[in-house]
Design a binder for this molecule. Sequence first.
Ligand SMILES: Nc1ncnc2c1ncn2[C@@H]1O[C@H](COP(=O)(O)OP(=O)(O)O)[C@@H](O)[C@H]1O
Ligand SMILES: [Mg+2]
Length: 374
Amino acid sequence: MSLRSVSKVYAARAKNPIYAVRDVSLEIESGEIVALLGSSGCGKTSTLRMIAGFEAVTQGEILIGDRPVHSLPPARRGVAMAFEGYSLYPPLTLRENIAFALKSEKLGAAETSRRVDEIARLLELGPHLDRYPSTVSAGQQQRASLGRALVRKADLYLLDEPMGQLEPQLRAVLRGRLKRYLREHGLTAILVTHDQTEANALADRIAVMEGGVLQQFASPATLKNEPANLYVGTFIGEPPMNVYRVTPIVEDGRVSLRENGEELFGYAASELGDGLVGLLSARREVVVGVRPADVAIGSGGAPAKIVTNQWIGDQTHLESAFGGGVIVATLDSRFAGTGGDALTVDVPADRLHVFAASGEALAHGHRLAAGEAA
Ligand SMILES: Nc1ncnc2c1ncn2[C@@H]1O[C@H](COP(=O)(O)OP(=O)(O)O)[C@@H](O)[C@H]1O
Ligand SMILES: [Mg+2]
């Protein structure tokens, strides 16, 4: 499946057109699970609806296999979609709703009912199959809607926030089952979500969108370790990356990263490596990003003072006053300090993310971003 420079403009002729999707290109392999991840309004649903054929593309091409499909009606694209708003047929039971999706496959009654039962088991819908949409919970309606998409044979499955209404326990169980189902059948799927845990757990690759623009399309590990820009860096990861706008001062074999003249982080030039030092000496201002898990507490470094110390059940979140702002650190164990206690914070040179003032990534530890010459 490919998107080639796809754009969507709503109300194109109105005074204020809405640029929902801007020039998005993506190549998805057969059998791959891809997540479209981004905050509300970033263009995820619009992208999915253009692939399914429920919205026309304003510009660009969509191919499934090598077939251009962007001019075909939905029924001829070979896609199955679970809609954000479920759109079940109210006069049909959940069983009939799911079976309805099989109409065009002209299966016998026995095979239809076998397929519906299989999907109902997968989604824990068995006991509710003979009820009508208006008499079941939002989560049950949503699972029926997901079932209606999965029960069909299609080249591509498009799932728009398919688990948003489920309580966390069930969501985690169904996430695992959905992944196993897609994998066992070798299905290709695009999952829309604003939940990064869901995207990380399910997807081979994640397309991060913001403002209708594709920010980065990469594996969960690459998004975390090598975010392409400050948006992706701060959007991916919980709690978010700490960021500081600093002036790099390179002198006497030392690199000092300063905020309003005060050093936040200091390194021997040899620790950072020639590539990164060269890059820093050429810039008046950069943004450094530090993941909370990479902050070392109490082993030297810059002074900080605890603001809050929270144990969240399996991790400590420690927020400390640092420079003109704060630094958040996560630790795997309980931490004894309380508000007001002094400590030191340190970030190993190879854990530092460096971004240009404009936001694009320059380096991740010793690895320079593509396009940044040593
Ligand atoms: N049918 C429509 N008419 C006008 N604007 C729309 C329509 N659908 C979506 N939009 C706008 O397009 C932008 C992207 O929306 P959408 O694709 O639904 O985002 P997401 O699914 O990421 O929340 C938003 O600003 C939204 O208000
Ligand atoms: Mg949406």
